[in-house]
Design a protein. Sequence first.
Length: 70
Amino acid sequence: MKPAFINRHDYPELDAILWDRADVHIDPEVAFHLYEERWRFIAQDRLLDKERTLIDELAKTYGHGHMLVA
């Protein structure tokens, strides 16, 4: 079963990297790929625990346990 859409406003760093999107609810797979592609824009010291958990879960589901960040 596919996970539910993610409300971007619940995750401040995700919200910050979605500067070019207007949608409030993001497909989890899209969110994972955007985290990977835009990781350099993430303020890792400001990640909330729940956002770290989200990233870990997305990596397990869509990245086979890994994130490939540049």
